[in-house]
Design a binder for this molecule. Structure first.
Ligand SMILES: NC(=O)c1ccc[n+]([C@@H]2O[C@H](COP(=O)([O-])OP(=O)(O)OC[C@H]3O[C@@H](n4cnc5c(N)ncnc54)[C@H](OP(=O)(O)O)[C@@H]3O)[C@@H](O)[C@H]2O)c1
Length: 317
């Protein structure tokens, strides 16, 4: 069910999903089945849709409601992660280290009457990469990273890699926006990372093709631009050539996914491993659900929830 502001006090334990078109997300059908599996069938999910860059007062109203309503357990934030925190920071009693670094939150939870914000994306993107890459991938292969797009997801992946024990020597990042690249450069400098960051304002697809062609074998190539879902097309042309043995990661799992199809067309010839955003979605959601419900979701429990989600995905065709 999707609700709108103003909200009315809840009479059942409620997990909020704060986004733009929450009704369309697969999580709406998956969540009730997850709650059954976790032994918490009484917890319901409510989608709250805000327009992009909504008024700060609306974000504050939402966060204040969760803070003060006893049945509101917390929730997951997409799209509005930066705007919501900027508007409501004084309402939080605690923010985790990644929220301080990235100035955004994806998780709102409560503990002992305190309202807590977490930026989970560096953790969930890290888990996805760890599941995707063989042990010591970068150290063993000399592969590097090309991340097309330096928005919230690109920055979260870069932040994870800066603190990873197995990390690439070099990360090449592109964005259309010089401001995004500057933010990433500032963050990397503040973290004192030993990774060489090469930042490029890539205005056109042929620019991205050229950067791709210069990546070594075994590199990880990421589409973090939203092109192929939020925007039409791909950051690459159809003539782009992926490095041999590259790991190609499209962050989305629905939409035209043109970048992913460009990689799939070269999968055999270039020995590529091609991954969509489904596991990232699963790690992102389970991280936040675990925080909000105060219930660890690891190992066999994660696998059970992943199976339930896959059944729902298959059921939706
Ligand atoms: N599977 C999951 O659970 C999951 C989780 C997180 C994110 N995602 C997906 O990942 C994508 C990125 O998320 P985000 O939060 O980082 O979005 P975002 O903050 O909008 O960042 C995307 C960035 O890419 C830039 N860009 C667009 N086209 C480009 C191009 N051709 N070359 C270089 N840069 C380009 C954008 O620049 P402009 O601002 O100038 O357009 C923007 O700075 C989204 O589609 C999102 O749905 C999936």
């Amino acid at each position: 069910m999707t609700q709108h502001l103003p909200l009315h006090p809840r009479d059942v334990p409620t997990f909020f999903f704060i986004g733009v078109t929450t009704r369309k997300s697969s999580i709406m059908t998956i969540f009730p089945r997850w709650m059954e599996a976790l032994g918490r069938p009484e917890v319901v999910i409510e989608g709250i849709d805000f327009p992009l860059h909504d008024k700060p007062s609306h974000y504050r109203e939402m966060v204040a409601f969760i803070k003060h309503d006893p049945y509101s357990l917390g929730g997951l934030v997409t799209t509005h992660k930066l705007d919501l925190l900027a508007a409501s920071r004084p309402l939080f009693d605690e923010l985790d280290a990644y929220a301080h670094i990235t100035h955004e939150i994806s998780s709102i939870s409560k503990r002992d009457g305190r309202l807590i914000g977490h930026a989970k994306d560096p953790i969930s993107s890290g888990r996805t990469l760890n599941a995707l890459l063989a042990h010591d991938h970068f150290a063993r292969t000399g592969g590097e990273v090309l991340c097309l797009g330096a928005g919230g997801a690109g920055a979260a992946i870069a932040l994870h890699l800066m603190h990873a024990s197995d990390r690439p020597r070099r990360i090449v990042v592109t964005d259309r926006s010089p401001a995004r690249l500057l933010e990433l450069e500032t963050m990397a400098a503040a973290q004192g990372s030993d990774i060489t960051f090469e930042l490029h304002q890539a205005a056109t697809e042929p620019d991205s093709d050229r950067l791709l062609a210069a990546m070594p074998a075994h590199s990880v190539i990421i589409n973090a631009t939203g092109m192929g879902k939020d925007l039409p097309g791909s950051p690459l042309t159809d003539e782009a050539v992926f490095p041999m043995h590259a790991v190609v990661w499209e962050l989305n799992y629905r939409g035209e996914l043109r970048f992913m199809h460009q990689a799939l067309a070269q999968k055999q010839a270039r020995h590529l491993h091609v991954e969509d955003g489904w596991n990232y979605f699963l790690y992102g959601w389970t991280q936040v659900v675990a925080e909000v419900l105060h219930q660890p979701i690891e190992g066999g429990v994660f696998d059970a929830l992943a199976r339930i989600a896959s059944q729902s995905r298959a059921g939706q065709g």
